[in-house]
Ligand binder design. Structure first.
Ligand code: PMP
Length: 410
């Protein structure tokens, strides 16, 4: 067993020991070139071929169809808040050149602080375009102002032919997540509350659906992946170090942004244009070589372990273990979960420890047992336990055992 601290941090977050050990070798000598991975040219044949292999690993593990391209960039989820707006505004301009800006609609689904940030950036970028709230979880929250639930299907209002429909699959700060279809279908086979309302989207059109998967990418299969226009994620939760951003873009959304600008759309910075990335195999300028390397090692390991099927199973068990201990603490009046039943995140478990001074005691006890990173986000408070892929079942068990020990001591 590793002597390292168990890191339940929300990101950047834990990476597997075996990957880190292999990475130290690559730092000295990448692919038998005698040159380290942080030193080698991104145009070298060795790195170029490594980059293609990373793409192939993502494509096979997530079953990405040929209708979609896999692109690598930098700037994180935050840069994508702006980039999706600009690229999809360009697409909309080419599709509907005669509409006024006021007639172009951007629809945002608000379920937590990250979708709120994306919406805010949409408002900044959109000029005279219409920026709408398609649904808002706060309306259904326990206190009418927090984000603690996925809004019910009947509350969604989508525009006709929108520029984009944005949602955040997993809200890292608030611990709110959409469920899979397989978890959210009732006995008659109807989708029930909880999952994204894919059935409300038109079936005869290529819908510009944007999924922010920053904190759930590669933790389980992506439902209705083929129905998405853009899926994006920073690597720094489930996959690798910060600095790499992974995009899955449907090919009709990779458009000539300069042709759109000639028709009046906003110009798109060259590094943000999906077409620049696609036309240059994600190496128009220097890509984050080291982050791509380590992410590739993680993805190779994923494949050996059994891919998304493996992680879905393990991540479900980890989540059940920790929520199980949380529910016991709720019954005893020791803990209180933040999220309403049915909307709980598999990745980020958010709760408070009830009673004066008890959070400090809980954190101290965790630290004494070699567990760190569980203090909640400053905006929500309380505790947040992140159960990304590199957290093992044994580590989740250890945390649950400590939670029970703490409950018993109260
Ligand atoms: N979206 C989500 C869901 C996130 O969790 C994060 C980062 N925690 C972001 C966007 C922003 O990503 P970045 O810090 O990589 O820009």
């Amino acid at each position: 067993e590793s002597s390292r601290i168990i890191n339940f941090g929300a990101g950047p977050s834990a990476l597997p020991d075996s990957v880190l050990e292999e990475a130290t070798k690559g730092l000295l000598n990448f692919d038998n070139t005698g040159i380290g991975i942080a030193e080698i040219s991104h145009r070298s044949p060795e790195f170029t071929s490594y980059l293609s292999s990373v793409e192939a690993l993502i494509r096979s593990q997530l079953s990405v169809p040929t209708t979609h391209s896999i692109l690598f960039t930098q700037g994180g989820g935050t840069a994508q808040f702006s980039a999706v707006v600009l690229n999809l505004l360009a697409r909309h301009r080419l599709l509907f050149p005669d509409l006024k800006d006021e007639e172009r609609n951007l629809d945002y689904v608000l379920t937590g602080s990250w979708s709120k940030s994306a919406h805010k950036e949409g408002l900044r970028m959109a000029g005279k375009h219409q920026v709408n709230v398609a649904a808002d979880g706060r309306i259904y929250s326990k206190d009418s102002k927090s984000f603690d639930i996925i809004p019910p299907h009947e509350s969604y209002k989508f525009s006709k032919d929108p520029v984009l429909i944005y949602y955040c699959e997993n809200e890292t700060v608030n611990g709110v997540q959409f469920k899979h279809d397989s978890e959210s279908i009732d006995k008659e086979g109807k989708s029930i509350e909880g999952t994204f309302p894919f059935h409300l989207l038109p079936k005869d059109k290529l819908v510009p659906l944007v999924g922010d998967y920053s904190s759930s990418f590669m933790s389980r299969p992506i439902p209705r992946l083929a129905d998405h226009a853009v899926i994006y994620a920073g690597a720094q939760k489930n996959i690798g170090p910060a600095g790499l951003t992974i995009l899955i873009v449907r090919n009709d959304c990779i458009v000539d942004v300069d042709a759109a600008a000639a028709l009046g759309a906003q110009p798109v910075p060259v590094t943000m244009s999906y077409k620049t990335l696609a036309d240059n195999q994600s190496a128009y300028n220097t890509p984050p070589v080291l982050a791509i390397y380590i992410s590739g090692l993680v993805l190779k390991r994923n494949a050996e372990l059994g891919g998304m099927e493996y992680y879905e199973k393990v991540n479900r068990r980890k989540m059940q273990t920790v929520y199980g201990a949380l529910r016991e603490g709720e019954e005893k009046g020791v803990f209180r979960g933040h999220v309403q039943p049915g909307s709980e995140s598999w990745m980020n478990v958010v709760f408070v420890v009830l009673g004066e001074g008890k959070e400090k005691a809980f954190l101290k006890g965790a630290e004494e047992r070699g567990m760190s990173g569980i203090k909640g986000h400053r905006s929500v408070g309380g505790m947040r336990v992140s159960l990304y892929n590199a957290i093992t079942e044994e580590q989740a068990d250890k945390l649950a055992a400590y939670m029970r020990e703490f409950i018993a001591s109260q």
